[in-house]
Design a protein around this ligand. Sequence first.
Ligand SMILES: *Cc1c(COP(=O)(O)O)cnc(C)c1O
Length: 337
Amino acid sequence: MIDLRSDTVTRPTAAMRAAMAAAPVGDDVYGDDPTVRRLEQRLAGDLGFEAGLFLPSGTQANLVALLCHCQRGDEYLVGQEAHTYKYEGGGAAVLGSIQPQPITQAADGSLPLTALAAAVKPDDPHFARTRLLALENTWHGRVVPQAYVVEAAAWARSRGLAVHLDGARLYNAAVASGVPAADLAAPFDSVSVCLSKGLGAPVGSVLAGSAALIAQARRWRKMLGGGMRQSGLLAAAGLHALDHHVARLAEDHARARRLAEGLAEAGYAVGGCHTNMVFVEVPVARLPAFASHLDAHGVRASIGYLPTVRLVTHLDLDDAAIDRVIEVMRAFQAARP
Ligand SMILES: *Cc1c(COP(=O)(O)O)cnc(C)c1O
């Protein structure tokens, strides 16, 4: 199987497994796991924050951040197509009584400042209290323009709002733009980063922020059931990923471009190629046949979640796999009735 559904499908490399096996561990709920500490300090330091917290998933990292920034009856401004709003089970509303105020993203992933300004509620008992702006970078693979991020964060602060970044793929953005991750993270009060996407760790995210925010986050994590014991085994995979799998994200981006070019040449309408993601338009009427063609030829893609088919490159795919995918998809185009 050549699996391009997501960059979450990567399996730990032999070197990563060796690092996991060798990691010194302790009970992290007691604060005794040296490897978890090292990962938290490492990522917080890399991103320019005082403290970090290792969590089992990006969903929990974002939820914990929202719970820190917002109280019951508060609201956060968030993209209509943002992961935090759309793909995390409504957790902030369900578990935090935090109201989302979705804003339609522009094509580049920005939330237009005029729309944001119009959505901020006056201090009036009719309304929820607007407290937070949440952005996402990369968004559907796109690197959100940093000039916009800086401007939006400054605007949010001028309105008394905190600013959170869902940086699940922040390192893809850093590698693709050549801007250090710390600079991309600088405008924010808190940033979540996934280790289990393109970085190739099996499990885990880190939330970075001020020492005070992370102390509060630690309490929320425990309450949500995310306090783990000898989790240094998992943190070691994250440390290994930060040491060995960041620069190589450029290979995933190059392979995505190669895939996009090959598919365009094979007659596909390529809707976009951003960092490690390629979006391809397949007519709805042909989707079932397309899905079974890929299945029959050992290729997996994300079909049916988005208006376009999504193909994601990652650590477990080499050039030969990309060529094979192009060949399989070309055969489907050639067989068009
Ligand atoms: C994957 C992802 C998350 C959540 O991560 P999980 O570990 O799958 O819970 C959050 N935000 C974005 C943008 C993601 O792609």
